[in-house]
Design a protein around this ligand. Structure first.
Ligand code: HSE
Length: 307
């Protein structure tokens, strides 16, 4: 194999109750990447379509992730990366993660898969570190593994993939503003009170239990965040209104997608997810806020080969 074309999906990190530890993979939005073997050693980003992003491999998340992988294996050739960027940077749905995870996934395939998907995660995390200052895994893990992922531990890295309940759908609205993850992280407090910690632990336990038992009501009840949402909510236009209409339209719950500004809702069934989409859209149309909106099943596969 000399060339591979892949679909690198968008992801929702945190999912309210799991700051830095929970993520899920979407299937209707994502980047496309073409990765080619080259006779010249090293990594080259030859083309980026759709967004203005650095071609310099040390300043691009895909380049940094690829270089990290190549530091861990000897190869007689190099790699050329072409990125067709559909996920806007600063949208809160894992734009950098898709590029970083896509690069290491593609290179690994062209090398004959010397690394498992789990082993690729730390390489992709280095890309995340470049843009957010922190090597968080809650977007790259679901992008690589699919479904829901729980980071049980960062040191050592211990990541668990959890199958999504069959009827679970996400609605994601992206107001057309950009929030840098690094800025949004600065808003989150470094210490959390005991009361908040107790609430957060209860909810993440409930959420995981809800996934395993396909208990949609429990999933909904657990969608609550004490750690990031209270400080980040003001960055997102009409956030409280979105939450209210999502519930009214039948969503199980909603919250900030990653570090925002996208807002996600989870619903049981596609019909409800579409009703939430219409409700979200009405709020932003009435306020003349530009937006993009998606309804997506949870993607069980993660990154996939198109060609
Ligand atoms: N857990 C990260 C954060 C996700 O909230 O900062 C960023 O997409």
């Amino acid at each position: 194999m000399k060339e591979i074309k892949i679909f690198a999906p968008a992801t929702v990190a945190n999912i309210s109750c799991g700051f830095d530890v929970l993520g899920m993979c979407l299937d209707t939005i994502g980047d496309e990447m073409i990765i080619r073997k080259t006779s010249k050693k090293g990594v080259l980003i030859s083309k980026i379509v759709g967004q203005v992003l650095p071609l310099d491999i040390t300043k691009n998340v895909a380049g940094v992730a690829a270089l990290t992988l190549l530091k861990n294996i000897e190869t007689p050739f190099g790699f050329d990366i072409e990125i067709h960027k559909n996920i806007k940077p600063g949208s809160g749905i894992g734009s950098s993660a898709a590029s970083a995870a896509g690069a290491v996934f593609g290179i690994n395939k062209l090398l004959g898969e010397p690394f498992s998907l789990q082993e690729l995660i730390p390489f992709a995390m280095e890309g995340e570190k470049l843009v957010s200052g922190v090597a968080h895994a809650d977007n790259v893990a679901p992008a690589l593994l699919g479904d829901f992922t729980l980071i049980r531990s960062y040191k050592p890295l211990d990541i668990i993939k959890i199958t999504a309940p069959k009827e679970l759908y996400a609605t994601v609205i992206h107001p057309q503003i950009e929030i840098k993850t690094s800025d949004a992280r600065n808003l989150v407090k470094q210490t959390v009170s005991l009361n908040k910690t107790i609430a957060q632990m209860g909810n993440i336990g409930g959420f995981i239990s809800g996934l395993y038992t396909e208990n949609y009501d429990l999933i909904g009840r657990s969608l609550h965040d004490e750690i990031a949402e209270p400080y980040r909510a003001t960055l997102i236009p009409a956030f409280e209104n979105l939450k209210i209409v999502a519930k009214k339209a039948g969503a199980l719950g909603s919250g900030i997608s990653g570090s925002g500004p996208s807002v996600f809702a989870l619903s049981k069934g596609k019909e409800t997810a579409i009703a939430v989409k219409n409700a979200f859209a009405t709020i932003y149309k009435n306020k003349s806020i530009d937006f993009e909106i998606h309804v997506s099943k949870i993607n069980s596969e993660g990154i996939k080969i198109i060609r």
